[in-house]
Design a protein around this ligand. Structure first.
Ligand SMILES: *Cc1c(COP(=O)(O)O)cnc(C)c1O
Ligand SMILES: [Zn+2]
Length: 460
């Protein structure tokens, strides 16, 4: 017996669907779907410290999992049927040096390092939940379109559980090598489309509809359930005290949407009084949310979102042939699929949206790594965005801020090597073409003859 169901997010519609139905959107109005629960019929904890008791149950795979440890807050499948590959063993760490870099007081900046997940990105939080739903409905094949990390994650879960076969669609030439290598190595059928992420996204939806393949990209509401636990672990690490701000890079806006949903639910269940503010950071080269939110004034507006503004925006984008272009490939997205849910999250969390340049991203990335947390370019947008918002006076320098580091450094070594490389040619080819002019935090390798005296000279 489950008390979970799916519900259309459009308040004028609110159509509901069985938890076992496989849908991407509301059949009645086309809006996105939430996973929802009859909370009054469920036993929910009376305070968040309830979850601490599971720390001593790490021999149970689902309680070892940083996702299913919080099963009571995403109970759409029985605990013993929840899929886990050991995701969510991630860490929140205060970073005085990064605080200094972004102009904040020491002790006020925290990094939530989701690169520690088994496939190296936060996507595993969602994929644990998504593959659990796939299992619930008896899916044999699962597909996604991806800028890379979703496909790496899906491929890993399918390989580890042998429940489903993975098919992943990627835009050609757009995927970072670390990510592509994972999809191939985990054995996913990998289809490179002559097009970008948005093209891959459109094709995978058609293909999965026509072939009855289970779709596991971020339109899938079950994935977002898993990603709620990133916020639960942040709260846990802060001894259940909400920070003032959560800062997250925005691509398809699944993460920001799921964070908002987590806070809406925690508030509704009386588990959290203070709600952190949310800052979503776009790359300047992929700034759909930034433009819609800050320039067009698009808002959640109690669910009455002005679709004409969105339609006009995309029509203009296509007319001008504007295409997302950023070295932060994980957020190189034109049409964020979770836009409407993200607007709801921004509304509930009194959020802001900002954008950062390629230069700001790679510099922040180098600073984060020099302080011991290696992340991929998209992740560094959170720190670069924090720096910008502190400079603008939006974030107070004493406010407690948590930046989400979404993916691991090794996902995209090319950008890192180009930044630190001593070679002007490599820098110009890889980064100069992207508008990165210099590398103030470069750590250049030194060339030397195979001669011990010369080597020792370098070590003074
Ligand atoms: C997917 C991804 C993002 C973007 O997250 P959304 O939920 O799509 O906004 C950011 N960083 C990394 C490393 C990712 O893999
Ligand atoms: Zn609907």
């Amino acid at each position: 017996m489950t008390h979970a169901f799916q519900r259309c997010i459009n308040p004028n519609c609110q159509a509901t669907y069985d938890v076992r139905q496989v849908l991407c959107r509301c059949e009645r109005c086309g809006s996105l779907l939430d996973v929802d629960y009859e909370w009054d019929k469920l036993e929910t904890p009376s305070k968040l410290s309830y979850f601490e008791k599971f720390w001593t149950e790490r021999y149970i795979p689902q309680r070892f999992s940083g996702v299913w440890r919080f099963h009571e807050l995403l109970p759409f499948a029985p605990l013993e049927e929840c899929v886990t590959v050991g995701e969510g063993q991630t860490i929140l760490r205060e970073s005085p040096c990064v605080a200094n870099y972004v102009g904040k007081s020491a002790g006020t900046l925290y990094l939530q390092y989701e690169g520690l997940n088994p496939s190296g990105s936060f996507k595993d939080n969602g994929m644990a939940a998504g593959t659990t739903h796939g299992r619930l409905v008896g899916a044999r094949q699962a597909a996604c379109a991806s800028t890379g990390n979703t496909s790496a994650s899906l491929a890993m879960y399918c390989g580890a559980t042998q429940l489903m076969k993975a098919v992943v669609f990627v835009g050609s030439g757009k995927i970072a090598f670390g990510k592509l290598s994972q999809a191939l190595d985990y054995g996913a059928r990998t289809i490179q489309i002559a097009g970008d992420f948005d093209d891959a996204m459109a094709r995978v939806q058609e293909a999965s509809q026509r072939k009855g393949i289970y779709l596991l990209n971020s339109l899938n509401p079950f994935r977002l359930e898993g990603q709620k636990t990133i916020m639960l672990r942040v709260l846990e690490a802060l001894r259940w005290q909400a920070p003032d701000w959560i800062v997250v890079p925005g691509g398809n806006l699944g993460n920001s949407s799921s964070f908002g949903k987590a806070f809406i639910e925690l508030h509704k269940l009386g588990l959290l009084q203070k709600i952190p503010r949310l800052a979503v950071v776009n790359a300047a080269g992929a700034d759909t949310l930034y433009r819609l939110y800050n320039q067009e004034g698009l808002r959640w507006n109690q669910g009455q979102i002005d679709q004409t503004v969105i339609d006009a925006f995309y029509t203009q984008m296509d007319k001008e042939n504007r295409r997302a272009n950023t070295l932060a490939s994980a957020i190189e997205i034109n049409r964020p699929v979770n836009l409407t849910k993200c607007l709801r999250a921004l509304d509930f969390c009194n959020g802001v949206v900002t954008k950062v340049t390629e230069q700001e991203i790679v510099d922040a990335k180098a600073q984060i790594a020099a302080n011991g947390f290696g992340c991929e370019p998209a992740s560094a947008a959170s720190v670069a965005g924090t720096k910008k918002l502190v400079e603008e006076g939006v974030i107070d320098k004493d406010a407690r801020v948590v930046c989400i580091l979404t993916g691991h450094q090794l996902k995209d070594p090319n950008v890192t090597v180009a930044y630190h490389s001593g070679s002007a040619e490599e820098f110009a080819a890889k980064l100069g073409a992207r508008g990165v002019q210099n590398a103030p935090y470069a750590n250049n390798p030194v060339q030397v003859a195979n001669d011990i005296e010369q080597i020792l000279d370098l070590m003074q």
